[in-house]
Structure formats: C-alpha cells, structure tokens
Design a protein around this ligand. Structure first.
Ligand code: SAM
Length: 283
C-alpha cells in the first residue's frame, strides 16, 4: 500500500514522466525508504528523494541502493538522497519491534508472512537453532508468537549480533532467544540440542546442511531456504525438494517433505523454503 503511494507520489512529477520507475524494488523499513534509481534518472535522485518526503510524511529519510547485497553479511550499499541522515530505525511487525540498521545488517520486510508461518508451525516446548539469524527477526517472532522453549540464534556479522541482542531486550524474550556470534558451523555445544533448525541463507544452506543435521536431537525439522530457477512456482518447488533430497542422502533420512515459494527474487527465480522432517544419519 505504501509502495503504491510512493509510486503515485512521483507520477507526472518530472519531465519525461517516468520517474516512478525509480521505485522498482522499493523497500520501506520503518521510516526509511530505499529505492533503486535507474541510470537515466541519476541526476534527479535527490529531487526524487525530496519529492517522496514531501508526499509521504511518515518517511523521514530516503536512500538509494547502490550495490546488490553482498554475499556473506547480505548488506547492500546505499547512498543518502533526502531527509535525516540516519540509517537506523524501528520496524514493527506482528506485535514485535525490531531495531534495524539498513547500512550494517540484513533486514527484509518482505519475509513477514514467512516469519509468522514459522511461528505457527513450532510446537510448545521445542528447542530450535537459527543458523543465520540476522538481527533476530525469525527467532524473536517465533518466541513471541509461539510457546517454543528456546532458540539459539547465530550470526557471523558483529553488527547484526549487536542489534539482535538489543532486539531480544526490546521484545522481552531474554533467555528464550539466545544470540550467538560466530560461524554457524562452529557451535559444537549445540550438537544434538534441536527439534528444529532454520537455515534462512540460500547461498550457504546446502553446504551447511550437514551442520544443521548435527544440531538435531536425532530427529526433527530442517527448514532450508534456496534460490531456484523455474518456469513456474510449481517447477521451482519440485526442483528445490529434489535438490534437498539429493543432498540429504546418507546424512539425513527424510520422512516428510513439503515446500512453498516465499517470493520471487528475479527473472524466473524464486526463493523456496523446503521443510523436511527426518532422522540424522551421521556416522
Ligand atoms: C539472508 S540474512 C537472514 C537474516 C534473518 N534470518 C532475516 O531474515 O532477517 C543471512 C544472515 O546470515 C549471516 N551469515 C552469513 N554467513 C554466515 C555464517 N557462515 N554463519 C553465521 N551467519 C552467517 C549474515 O550475516 C546475515 O545476517
């Protein structure tokens, strides 16, 4: 809704008439808007930012995305366009509040349904490990909206970790969400603790599957997020399930598998989550 309002705010405002193209792929995070400005409109980027602030009083700062998200921390390059020069804000979702810094740690408002879905499928008393927890969004939503016992929440980005510690305080889930700083493959003390493991990082999920299986208390659920090409959502889901089954061979005996398309992430490319239940089969 706010995205549509932003697009309308630009329509007809500039010569050439197509400044609304600047809003392809817009993200609104709290009171900060991040837009992609096409090359042909770069000279007008500050005016575009000002115009958005005038038309949408709830926005306090506008930035432009300058680089794609990087591979490890998943942080994107941004340039200030208009309004306050600050990159940190509070984002509210599902009764939770998240402190976010758009220049230092990954955050996507587009995963809100998926976070609620994950909270909805947790069973009371469960132990979970979130291997790529970011600022704590999945873990905190699960702790607030379900009766999950504890979620160990790992991230290797020190800035994301610090924000996660703050978000745990803000949302009063201390002791139930346990922030951990480091590489998700290195937590020997977590081996055998989990009923459920989340892997919300498509670039590493497959390579780290063996570590996820080690964190299981013999059997449990592993949620693997992947980017998959496909002519249709259905094809992408099918391919994702096959890929997980293939990789699980000889380490994880899967007895239940299901999947859903989380979102489209490019031309004929989808983010798919594969929910798999099985028994660890590690020698
Ligand atoms: C796509 S983000 C997901 C964050 C969070 N789940 C969310 O949706 O807001 C992936 C996160 O994994 C972290 N990360 C990347 N490689 C890692 C590794 N080897 N071990 C632990 N965390 C890692 C990044 O710093 C980033 O915060």
């Amino acid at each position: 809704m706010r995205r549509r309002a932003m697009r309308q705010a630009l329509e007809g405002a500039f010569k050439g008439g197509d400044a609304s193209k600047a809003l392809s792929g817009i993200d609104i995070i709290g009171d900060i808007g991040i837009i992609k400005v096409p090359y042909s409109l770069l000279d007008m980027r500050h005016e575009i930012g000002e115009r958005l602030l005038q038309k949408l009083p709830s926005l306090k700062a506008v930035y432009r995305q300058t680089t794609p998200v990087n591979v490890v921390e998943r942080v994107r390059g941004i340039e200030w366009l208009a309004g306050e020069e600050r990159t940190s804000t509070i984002y509210s979702e599902s009764g939770c509040k998240f402190k976010v810094d758009v220049s230092r740690a990954y955050f996507s408002p587009r995963l809100s349904y998926e976070r609620r879905r994950m909270a909805g499928i947790c069973h009371p008393g469960e132990m979970a490990v979130n291997m790529f927890a970011g600022v704590g969004t999945f873990s905190i939503t699960m702790a607030r909206l379900s009766a999950v016992n504890k979620i160990y929440s790992i991230d290797c980005n020190p800035d994301a970790y610090k924000l996660m510690v703050e978000n745990v305080e803000i949302n009063r889930v201390k002791g139930r969400v346990v922030p951990l700083l480091g590489d998700a493959k290195d937590f020997v003390s977590l081996q055998g603790v989990a009923d459920r493991v989340l892997m919300p990082l498509p670039e590493l999920a497959m390579d780290y599957l063996i570590h996820a299986v080690r964190y299981l208390n013999r059997r449990g659920w592993v949620h693997i997020y992947l980017h998959i090409e496909g002519k249709s959502k259905e094809e992408a889901r099918r391919k994702a399930e096959i890929r997980v089954m293939d990789r699980a061979t000889a380490i994880f005996d899967i007895t239940k598998i299901q999947s859903r398309v989380v979102r489209s992430v490019g031309c004929r490319t989808f983010q798919v989550v594969v929910d798999s239940f099985g028994e660890a089969n590690l020698r």
